[in-house]
Design a protein around this ligand. Sequence first.
Ligand SMILES: NC(=O)c1ccc[n+]([C@@H]2O[C@H](COP(=O)([O-])OP(=O)(O)OC[C@H]3O[C@@H](n4cnc5c(N)ncnc54)[C@H](OP(=O)(O)O)[C@@H]3O)[C@@H](O)[C@H]2O)c1
Length: 312
Amino acid sequence: MTTAIAYTRLGGPEVLEPIEVPEPVAGEGQVVVDVQAVGVNPIDAKLRSGQRPSDPIVEPRRIGSDAAGTVSAVGEGVEGFRVGDAVIVSGGNGTYASRIAVSADAVWPRPPAVPAPVGAALGIPVGTAYQALRSLDVGAGDTLLVHGGSGAVGQAVIQFARLWGATVIATSSESRFDRVRALGAEPVVYGDGLADRVRAAAPQGVTVAIDAAGTDEAIETSIELVADRSRIATLVRGKDAAGYGIRAFSGGGPTPLTPRQLAWRAEAMPVVLALLAAGAFDVERGPEFPLADAADAHRALDGVRGKIVLLP
Ligand SMILES: NC(=O)c1ccc[n+]([C@@H]2O[C@H](COP(=O)([O-])OP(=O)(O)OC[C@H]3O[C@@H](n4cnc5c(N)ncnc54)[C@H](OP(=O)(O)O)[C@@H]3O)[C@@H](O)[C@H]2O)c1
């Protein structure tokens, strides 16, 4: 048997419990991954609590999308992976577990320079950041405002945008300014008077904005500063985007990601793994918890610095 984390009712972190499940088997097109680290994302907590609607729970529901580990079995029809390969998983289903069977399409080779806790931190934040920037066509000549710049998504947004030649203004709490600056963005504290502070930081004007914070202030400030609403996107307030006349990339909105957007999210993985191997991208590691303490990991999500990971 293998240990996994599951919940049988929606609720607070306490609904997360370890359960024993049959050993996973590599079906056609799948590999089995012995998990060494699991990335904990805000969406996991939103699904667990019911803040993000999901189907009724009829059996213990597994949780988690991101992980890193090594391949321990390869199913029929899979090419490019062998037992023992170090890998990352992005877009898995139920990755809070010691061992998982996962489609080979959701698995990428992990270079030696990328330890498992870093590999597990990549999937959702990096894929989302990369896709949002590509969808908004961010590049040289742009001044980007990213709300939530000190978070996992925001830090990836800053790094890709800087690599692609944009100037970046990033909102964060003051205690996170050093981190934001180290990644190459100009930090601005969120809160009353935000628009004026951004104007002072970017007298040339802001051409594009990404909301990874989800506050009214983030959206309204973006609308005040960016002339073209098709270059404002929220990653959090998908339900409200149409009312504001701005774009949403998932974030609970009614419009699913397009095939192109999904392809960009997948494309982000080899890109970031190559950058990490070259020392040209940085992931801020956060607290680490034993897998069985997934509930404590969820309690730690609010106000966390760096990516929380679970260690099976
Ligand atoms: N649409 C998608 O596909 C998608 C994908 C990934 C994530 N998301 C969503 O994006 C959001 C960020 O995810 P994450 O993984 O980056 O989370 P995170 O690492 O916890 O970061 C949260 C960020 O929000 C900032 N923040 C907190 N309170 C704020 C406030 N009152 N005003 C402005 N900013 C505030 C934090 O700044 P300080 O820490 O400096 O205070 C931090 O930068 C989450 O809601 C997540 O669910 C959506």
